[in-house]
Design a binder for this molecule. Structure first.
Ligand SMILES: [Ca+2]
Length: 330
């Protein structure tokens, strides 16, 4: 999910300056694009000029409309497919939240408040109960469009984490999730090092390590998920797991189980029990992945990696989480 790219871009300025700089930089970009638009031939479209590099790249990679995007009416939350998850007896469950009852268990989770997030994302994270709540055995996260226009700060969303409450080193970290979909929607199930400065620790990102168990970029393809590792090796390093593509339909159609198996040698990513990628973590520079990590769940909207939502994007974007479980080897 890339926590720290704002810091990376803007260096060691105090947080307040960084927030302001990011906004000022964005406004300057817009003004420049508007001024330019007055003088360039009509073959250049204004939206194309306004798009930042990440979006331009994401769009350039698309040679045809996104596969499988459906009208909101065709996707039903929660889906009714049965939970057939089974775990090998070598694993012992050490923690779980099954999301029973009517309230989010605050002994497990914190609703993070983050009104000006990372990666030029457009949503604001709040602790509003309409953005994250427990109902009928599910944790529901909703990204809500709060105006009739698209742009920065026009959406509220939920970002939940177990930081400061529960973290784990090694094991199997799994969740059964029905994902949101649509252009510019970027849901994730992921982990961060439990000593990260963001929650009051002493280790800045990416030195704390980040394991993306699941990311879906709605702008690219709602049938593809991917995993990523972020760490420090004399600067930010990233290793991407090869993407996993569904044979049929999109991830929003049904619940799927997303998980990693993590030991001192490697991290393996699985979808519905099928292992699709492994990364060796024995390199000395990857010490981040031999320490405690806590779990996060969120829906981002827009951003330089995920593209921008528009009138084709269904809102609210919804993520239903049936359970999150952590196992360790017996
Ligand atoms: Ca449940």
């Amino acid at each position: 999910m890339m926590v720290g790219s704002r810091t990376e871009l803007l260096g060691n300025t105090p947080p307040e300056c960084r927030l302001r700089s990011a906004k000022v930089e964005r406004n300057m970009k817009t003004l420049f694009a508007l001024a330019l638009a007055l003088f360039v031939p009509a073959t250049f479209s204004l939206p194309a000029l306004l798009a930042d590099d990440g979006v331009a790249l994401a769009q350039a990679g698309r040679t045809k409309p996104v596969d499988g995007v459906k009208a909101a009416a065709e996707v039903v939350y929660p889906a009714k497919n049965e939970d057939s998850y089974e775990v090998d007896p070598k694993w012992k469950q050490v923690w779980a939240d099954e999301f029973e009852g009517d309230e989010l268990n605050l002994k497990n989770w914190t609703r993070q408040i983050l009104p000006d997030p990372y990666n030029e994302e457009w949503q604001q994270y709040f602790d509003h109960k309409e953005n994250s709540f427990v109902k009928d055995g599910y944790l529901v996260i909703k990204a809500i469009h709060t105006s009739d226009k698209h742009g920065d700060d026009q959406y509220t969303s939920g970002r939940l984490h177990t930081g400061g409450k529960h973290s784990w080193k090694y094991g199997k970290i799994a969740a059964r999730i029905q994902l949101p979909y649509g252009k510019g929607i970027w849901p994730a199930f992921w982990t961060l090092g439990d000593d990260i400065t963001e929650i009051g620790g002493t280790t800045p990102w990416p030195n704390c390590g980040e394991i993306d168990i699941l990311e879906l970029y709605g702008t690219r393809d709602d049938a593809i998920v991917e995993g990523n590792l972020h760490y420090d090796d004399g600067g930010h390093k990233q290793i991407g797991a090869k993407p996993f593509k569904l044979k049929k339909g999109i991830f929003a159609d049904n619940f799927h189980v997303f998980e990693i198996e993590w030991n001192k040698e490697k991290i393996t990513w699985l979808v519905d029990g099928e292992a699709y990628h492994s990364v060796d973590i024995t390199d000395k520079a990857m010490n981040e992945f031999h320490d405690g990590q806590y779990i996060l769940l969120n829906i981002a909207v827009g951003g330089k990696y995920a593209g921008r939502p528009d009138e084709t994007t269904p809102f609210p974007a919804q993520m239903y989480v049936d359970w999150v479980r952590v196992y360790q080897e017996k």
